[in-house]
Write a protein of this length. Structure first.
Ligand SMILES: [Zn+2]
Length: 311
């Protein structure tokens, strides 16, 4: 048995009774990548930020995580990150230029992380947590390990996710439909967004129960995008209706899985998928239907009501 697998099992093992109980405890933290995002045909960046802050406040979410990209920190961007911090949300590092580790050297990548650190560490709620753009942690085991050491030397912990999903793709469909002047049934789109994200949460929760014998404190990946700005309240309501409680992001990263660096290159779906894969789950079994662009396109087509554009 590989050493990594033994460590996973030792770390994760609980008795069946404890496992059953541990699988009833569904907790997750909300995290948003890519702030400050650009103006779109739906919201300006500042409108988007204000809507997200007020939705989090209304939903009683005390501390979400914002993994920011410092390249976009102009005056308005700075105001937006300051507003998240003032509302009690954590600001963390998502590189300076949203750099893809599959396309650059280890050294160039770490320079970009340092540049972001210099820009982001001034915010009062900044925490040295790092999230990889595209969840790309390296093209080889050697690069992955060099980056892990580099981040550690910079004083960073990994801001991993456990619940992956394609919220960015639904947001893209929404922006494209809006730009094309198509009519959108907002009530149905709100339900679709909540259904897809709650479905993802359940999927990774069940995966953890099956392969890790417990469900960890989860970290939900979202983006600072228009679809979140429109429907975050419905999403939180749907999560709560499915038995989830929303926890502060710092609590989520206290989970034992935060200390374990999975020895696999299957890292692009987050930490639970990586650990499940190490415990024996086949890679192709790890995706859920909401992580499929054809499926989302089909579902999205059903919420288009009419076209305002001349034929
Ligand atoms: Zn990103």
């Amino acid at each position: 048995m590989r050493l990594t697998l033994i460590i996973v099992l030792l770390l994760m093992h609980l008795s069946p009774a404890a496992s059953a109980q541990k699988c009833n405890d569904k907790r997750l933290a909300l995290t948003f990548d890519d702030a400050p995002t650009i103006d779109t045909g739906i919201f300006t960046g500042e409108q988007r930020t204000q809507r997200i802050i007020s939705a989090l406040q209304q939903a009683g979410v005390r501390q979400a995580g914002f993994f920011a990209v410092s390249e976009r920190l102009d005056e308005a961007g700075d105001r937006r990150l300051s507003a998240y911090a003032a509302a009690g949300h954590v600001i963390a590092n998502h590189t300076h230029s949203h750099i893809n580790l599959h396309r650059v050297s280890t050294q160039a990548f770490l320079q970009d992380v340092k540049k972001a650190h210099r820009a982001l560490s001034k915010y009062p709620t900044f925490m040295p947590l790092f999230r990889f753009p595209y969840l790309n942690e390296g093209i080889s085991a050697q690069q992955r390990d060099q980056i892990r050491i580099g981040l550690n030397n910079l004083g960073y912990r990994q801001g991993y996710v456990t619940i992956d999903n394609f919220d960015f793709y639904l947001d893209r469909l929404l922006r494209e439909a809006t730009a094309a002047g198509l009519g959108i049934d907002h009530s149905k789109l709100s339900q679709l967004y909540a259904e897809v994200i709650v479905g993802a949460a359940e999927h990774y929760h069940n995966m953890a129960c099956r392969w890790l014998d417990r469900t960890p404190a989860h970290v939900l990946l979202l983006h600072e995008n228009d679809i979140a700005a429109l429907y975050l309240n419905s999403l939180v309501t749907a999560l709560k209706a499915s038995g989830w409680s929303i926890i502060p992001v710092t609590d989520a990263y206290q989970d034992p899985i935060a200390k374990f660096m999975p020895d696999t290159l299957l890292l692009g779906q987050g930490r639970v998928a990586a650990l499940a894969h190490l415990a024996g789950a086949a890679a192709e079994s790890l995706r859920h239907q909401g992580e499929n662009t054809d499926y989302l396109q089909q579902r999205f087509a059903s919420i288009i009501t009419e076209s305002d554009t001349p034929h």
